[in-house]
Design a protein around this ligand. Structure first.
Ligand code: 13P
Length: 284
């Protein structure tokens, strides 16, 4: 439960022009890879579980795993619940000792979004947990037909109102990025990002990291992004390399011999690349 530490860390990153990387993990080996690299490159990181992953293992199991691995590797890692629309799941994660939770009510009305964040923030803050919210609609795979152009993008006035009224600690604002692999080059609205950044005092979060060119991520950091979320490329690398290893070594090989270290080494290279893009190496 490290809300104060997280807020100081993100404000420092924002002031000094770098970002804290956030990596989604689906299982133990990805988590281990992220933590080993975080320790090696001396960077703070968020290790994030999406709702399905959180519920499958149980938040207490993930809390215990991160604690044990942090003690073993020396990594500075903040455990984060990513993108849930469920206030109840947020509370469950807070009770299990998560450091940070994201309540994503971005598809509701502004008033409903503010009120969901408020409810989570009141519960989480008193227990030392930080809260992320979302404004505008950051698209995911499968959303393609649902929202068009400007409709998805954050309205600056809404972001300002939500930041002032909800108690949110850091904010994901829709600026044209999306979750999953991009079909072309992402069209990021840097101007809008700059306007949101100038209008709110809370740090901003870049979602949909996978596939954004390095120079664009750096430009976003310059415009006020303090946390960069990366997910798809972690699980894709893990599964793609695992498939290769199964083809090479056969499915009779014990899974740990297939995965560690050959598959996890590839995941670690991806994690290293993102830490360098975020310019957070040595900031831990
Ligand atoms: P990608 O899966 O596109 O990297 O996005 C991750 C993310 O934003 C998680 O919140």
């Amino acid at each position: 439960m490290k809300r104060k530490e997280i807020l100081d860390m993100l404000q420092k990153a924002r002031a000094e022009g770098y970002a804290i990387p956030h990596f989604n993990f689906s299982g133990f080996f990805e988590l281990l890879a992220v933590m080993e690299v975080a320790a090696e490159l001396k960077t703070p990181v968020f290790a994030a579980s999406l709702p399905k992953v959180t519920k499958t293992y149980g938040p207490k199991v993930l809390r215990a795993a991160v604690d044990e691995l942090a003690a073993r590797t020396g990594a500075r890692v903040y455990l984060h619940l990513d993108h849930t629309g469920s206030v109840e799941l947020c509370k469950e994660a807070v009770n299990a000792g998560y450091d940070s939770v994201m309540i994503d009510a971005s598809r509701c009305t502004l008033e409903e979004n503010i009120s969901a964040i408020k409810e989570v923030a009141e519960y989480a803050h008193s227990r030392g947990c930080a809260v992320e919210g979302e404004i505008g609609k950051i698209k995911s795979r499968g959303d393609e037909g649902d929202f068009q152009g400007e409709d998805c993008l954050v309205q600056v006035g809404d972001a300002v109102r939500l930041a002032e009224e909800s108690g949110v600690d850091y904010l994901a604002a829709a600026i044209g990025t999306a979750h999953g692999f991009y079909k072309g080059k992402p069209q990021i609205d840097f101007e809008r990002l700059g306007q949101v950044s100038a209008g709110v005092s809370v740090p901003l979060v870049l979602h949909g990291g996978t596939g954004i060119p390095e120079e664009d991520v750096k430009k976003c950091i310059k415009e006020g992004i303090a946390k960069v979320n990366v997910g798809t490329i972690i699980r894709y690398t893990y599964l793609d390399r695992l498939q290769e290893e199964i083809e090479k070594q056969g499915a009779l090989t014990p899974p740990v011999d297939l995965i560690y270290p050959s598959v996890t080494d590839s995941v670690k290279e991806v994690v290293k690349g993102w830490i360098r893009t975020c310019m957070s190496e040595g900031k831990g």
